[in-house]
Ligand binder design. Structure first.
Ligand code: BDR
Ligand code: CA
Length: 338
């Protein structure tokens, strides 16, 4: 399974990356960096540092567009920390950013292996939309496309009706969905909607299980009563970084009364891309609102063909959170033990 990954790392993007690296059957073709949770440059630094931490410095990381297509960039330090990895600090990687741009990389890699690559997109869709402007054939040349984005008949996490990735670059999201309209069903993007990714609720008990399965001592457990920012004492470097990142994410979710938990949206999308978890989809035609105003970035799904248009997405309508955690915890623990 060869995966090309565009992300905005980001705490849950980081978990997605670590998970992909933990799967021997996943061949990570390259990573492209989108502005979103933090700037595109910071995303590149985070991806390179995580690859180094996981012993995979050879994976190519390409810089992406620094701004959304038509509106100014908004980042979210309150959700992911100033540098995108919560309280975790990683040494700068020695590997450089690729000479290729994100757009060149997408076009060259997909064209080199038609029908073979899975696209995993867990960020605002700016880079992919720019690639489509240059090469409109990309959707039909991909084996599979998996997107984390949008919410459908469900409350938003950025505005009352909009999810973060579609809100940051609504024009890119609209162009991407338009590009898939009318393709055969098996080529429509699998859309991990907020209503299913918010069910992937990681708790401190999950983290304790991860540490235990990784053979790391128990003193690093995150406890809700600990003062904000209490650093992890885990001996295992990967568990320490994930704990320090997740403490920040837990504190963010607690601020919004969601509990001492973390919604790990992109980790679920990565498992979908890797083909390691069960889910059910419903084909639909997605509209992304681009007009400025309170609904910008809102996604609406027509499941019944009422607009008289062809489907452009397969929206995930069901997932199995306990099975997802069984899968990802076991795999990441195995990587941490290596
Ligand atoms: C999405 O927004 C980002 O903050 C996360 O990384 C995820 O991709 C969830 O709405
Ligand atoms: Ca993301």
């Amino acid at each position: 399974m060869r995966i090309l990954f565009d992300n905005d790392t980001g705490i849950d993007d980081a978990l997605a990356l670590v998970y992909l690296l933990s799967k021997p059957e996943v061949d990570l073709a390259a990573i492209t960096c989108s502005a979103g949770n933090v700037s595109a440059d910071q995303v590149a630094r985070n991806n390179l540092a995580l690859l180094q931490l996981c012993g995979r410095p050879e994976v190519e990381v390409a810089a992406g567009a620094s701004d959304p297509l038509s509106i100014p960039l908004v980042t979210t330090p309150e959700t992911h920390g100033e540098q995108g990895l919560g309280y975790a600090t990683l040494p700068a990687a020695s590997a450089p950013v690729s000479q290729r741009s994100a757009v060149d990389l997408w076009i060259e890699e997909v064209r080199r292996a038609p029908g073979e690559l899975t696209a995993l997109l867990t960020a605002p869709l700016t880079n992919f939309a720019l690639a489509l402007r240059r090469d409109a054939e990309l959707p039909r040349l991909l084996k599979r496309t998996v997107i984390m984005g949008g919410c459908y008949f469900y409350q938003g996490n950025t505005t009352p009706t909009a999810e973060w990735n579609t809100h940051v670059d609504p024009h890119a999201a609209a162009e991407v969905f338009a590009a898939f309209e009318g393709l055969p069903e098996e080529q429509l993007p699998i859309v991990c909607a907020l209503e299913t990714t918010e069910r992937i609720e990681l708790t401190s008990a999950h983290l304790a299980r991860l540490a235990q399965e990784a053979g790391s001592a128990g003193e690093e457990l995150l406890r809700p009563e600990d003062p904000p920012g209490t650093p992890s004492t885990a001996a295992n470097p990967l568990i320490r970084v994930l704990s320090d990142a997740l403490r920040f994410y837990f504190e963010f979710h607690r601020q919004y009364d969601q509990g001492y938990i973390a919604h790990v949206h992109d980790l679920f999308a990565a498992a979908v891309a890797a083909g390691t978890v069960d889910y059910r989809v419903r084909p639909a035609t997605v509209h992304v609102e681009t007009a400025p105003g309170p609904l910008v970035g809102t996604t609406v799904a027509d499941y019944r063909g009422l607009w008289g248009r062809k489907p452009n997405a397969r929206i995930v309508a069901w997932n199995d959170p306990p099975a997802v955690f069984d899968e990802v915890i076991g795999s990441i623990a195995a990587l941490a033990r290596r």
